[in-house]
Design a protein around this ligand. Structure first.
Ligand SMILES: [Zn+2]
Length: 135
């Protein structure tokens, strides 16, 4: 089989601080200085109050599982050898939700399962996956 590399995340000027922290195995989110709400994905303006002063702050990296799906046929050939795998939506303790890869046995997946971040190296960079809390 040919060596196909995993697709890299698309990093913009706005999202670069997020990915720089992930590379250091740290989880930072933006918080709005005006309304104090936490924000994900990274943006230039607060989606709640349109404030422009968004500060990067260390976040818990914990949350609960809101929804998931088992992938049998990957959207990119590099991921095909990893199938079947789980992806899901994690509701972070700070409020926002994020779509992520789950490192959780399929039979343990359940609604509101407590989860925590796990930095997984794929190719040259770390990616923010989530695992069962306590594992
Ligand atoms: Zn705001």
């Amino acid at each position: 089989m040919t060596n196909i590399s995993f697709p890299e995340p698309t990093i913009t000027q706005v999202s670069k601080p997020f990915w720089d922290k992930i590379d250091l195995q740290e989880f930072y989110l933006q918080q709005c200085e005006d309304c104090q709400k936490w924000i994900f994905y990274p943006r230039a303006h607060c989606p709640h109050c349109f404030g422009e002063e968004l500060l990067w702050k260390k976040a818990s990296g914990s949350g609960t599982l809101k929804s998931w799906s088992i992938v049998h046929r990957a959207g990119h050939p590099a991921w095909q050898e990893k199938t079947p795998y789980a992806v899901g939506i994690v509701e972070l303790l700070e409020g926002p939700s994020l779509l992520t890869h789950l490192i959780i046995d399929q039979e343990q997946l359940r609604y509101q399962l407590p989860v925590t971040i796990s930095y997984e190296k794929l190719g040259d960079r770390y990616l923010p996956f989530f695992k069962k809390k306590g594992d």
